[in-house]
Ligand binder design. Structure first.
Ligand code: SAH
Length: 438
């Protein structure tokens, strides 16, 4: 990935206990105070309030799961405020971990570290940002200047998402804990990455649950609203202000690479196409025809720009504004490749049954319109539909269509969207690459 990372001379770190302390912090009075405070377990335990867990309720934390729910808490020592760092401890007062506390929501504790010598200060956040960046430097393919830089719990920063679009960053904060550390995290991003502009899109249900108001707007520098990025050498326009997510579905990059490989001479349907990113990959892969279907005119307009700017005319690669459910029922065409990437049908637990019916219906209609020997790449990004349930829903749809599906590959987000293996809730995007036959 072409890097806009600052040169390493900007800050020198020295080790104090298990903490890295920047030279410039060490040299001021506050820095000296932190140096001593952070090297002392005693000081740390003075510093943070403690929550004690009911007997046995520490098991998930010991297994590495990063959340504790309100029902697990026996008592609270001190007066921690929402977003404060606390120590989680067993009922026998054994300290287990440091994390963000928020008694307002169901998830009362979000893990930061199990290293009890750690202090959650500026140097902690700088190390997290650096570690996240080092991973991206390794996994982002050539010809790509956009990626997810920080993936919340997956990068040990609960509730923080940071996406990079060339010289710009778009971030969102979903927890009171990160909200309290907003300035320090922003400073860290500025210092480590030096972007031209940073835009904040902290909004939505998760924030409401944490008792936070939405905050949207420019947080630093110049912010043009749209960016032109390259992904695997292809060009895309990203509407960072009002587009879905932070503007682009970065999580689908590696799945687009896979679909491209099947596309030679194919007739493709990209259903729920958003800004047409899968369509552009299919076209480059040699597809004869790619139809993109989405109900949003704004998304379709960008899809048109994306196809054209990569040299593909909308004549051979039409973009259709339609409801996918109706389109699939009405079309006479048969497809070699179909991509089904709908929005999250289940946004809450209570929606699961209804969402399952919608996933089944759309997959059934899709499978009916795939040619013998064709490929279906089907996805769900609903948090509440796990991999197992999704597999069962799609298998039911294939059976009802009277077809056979062979699993070629399970699909998920790319490696710039890491998730904690002990935290299945973090793996919201799941997909199946299927070979469909009679
Ligand atoms: N695959 C895309 C992301 C899809 S997001 C990518 O990689 O970029 C889901 C899209 O579904 C959104 O663009 C939304 O406008 C569209 N959508 C939602 N409901 C729809 C429906 N019933 N019919 C057609 N499009 C729909």
């Amino acid at each position: 990935m072409s890097s806009f990372r600052r040169k390493p001379e900007s800050i020198v770190y020295v080790t104090a206990g298990n903490n890295l302390i920047p030279d410039q912090v060490r040299n001021d009075k506050m820095g000296i105070f932190r140096l001593f405070a952070s090297s002392s377990l005693f000081a740390m335990q003075q510093k943070y309030s403690r929550i004690f867990l009911k007997p046995g309720r520490e098991a998930s934390l010991r297994r590495g799961h990063p959340w504790l729910f309100s029902g697990a808490v026996l008592s609270v020592e001190g007066r921690p405020e929402p977003g404060d760092v606390v120590v989680a401890a067993t009922h026998k007062r054994e300290s287990l971990a440091l994390g963000f506390y928020n008694p307002r929501c169901d998830i009362v504790f979000r893990l930061l570290t199990t290293n009890m010598d750690e202090t959650i200060d500026e140097s902690f956040w700088i190390r997290k940002i650096r570690t996240a960046m080092e991973l991206r430097e390794k996994v982002i393919p050539r010809g790509t200047n956009a990626c997810r830089l920080i993936n919340a719990e997956g990068d040990g920063m609960p509730g923080l998402i940071v996406d990079r679009y060339d010289r710009y960053l778009v971030f969102s904060i979903a927890t009171a804990g990160i909200e309290k550390n907003r300035e320090v995290v922003l400073d860290g991003l500025l210092r480590e990455i030096n972007p031209e502009g940073i835009y904040e899109r902290s909004e939505g249900r998760a924030r409401q649950l944490e008792g936070l108001e939405d905050r949207i707007g420019c947080a630093h520098g110049n912010f043009p609203g749209t960016a032109e990025i390259t992904e695997n050498g292809l060009h895309f326009r990203v509407d960072m202000l009002t587009g879905q997510k932070t503007g682009f579905f970065l999580d689908q990059r590696s799945n687009r690479e896979i679909v491209e490989k099947f596309s030679d001479q194919a007739t493709c349907l990209n259903a729920f196409s958003y800004t047409g990113a899968f369509s552009v990959y299919c076209a480059r892969g040699g597809a004869k025809r790619v139809i993109s279907v989405d109900s949003s005119e704004a998304a379709n307009e960008t899809a048109r720009w994306n196809l054209e700017s990569n040299g593909f005319s909308p004549h051979e690669y039409p973009i259709v504004r339609a409801d996918v459910f109706s389109y699939l029922r009405e079309t006479d065409e048969r497809f070699d490749i179909m991509i089904l990437d709908p929005p999250a049908f289940a946004k809450a637990k209570k929606d699961v049954a209804k969402a399952a019916r919608a996933y089944k219906d759309v997959n059934l209609q899709a499978v009916r319109r795939i040619r013998d020997g064709g490929i279906l790449a089907t996805f769900s990004c609903s948090n509440y539909i796990d991999e197992d349930l999704f597999g069962k829903i799609v298998a039911g749809a294939v059976r009802d269509a009277g077809k056979t599906a062979r699993l070629l590959q399970t699909l998920g987000p790319g490696p710039d969207h890491p998730t904690n293996l002990a935290h299945p809730e973090g793996r919201y995007l799941k997909g199946l690459l299927l070979h469909i036959s009679t």
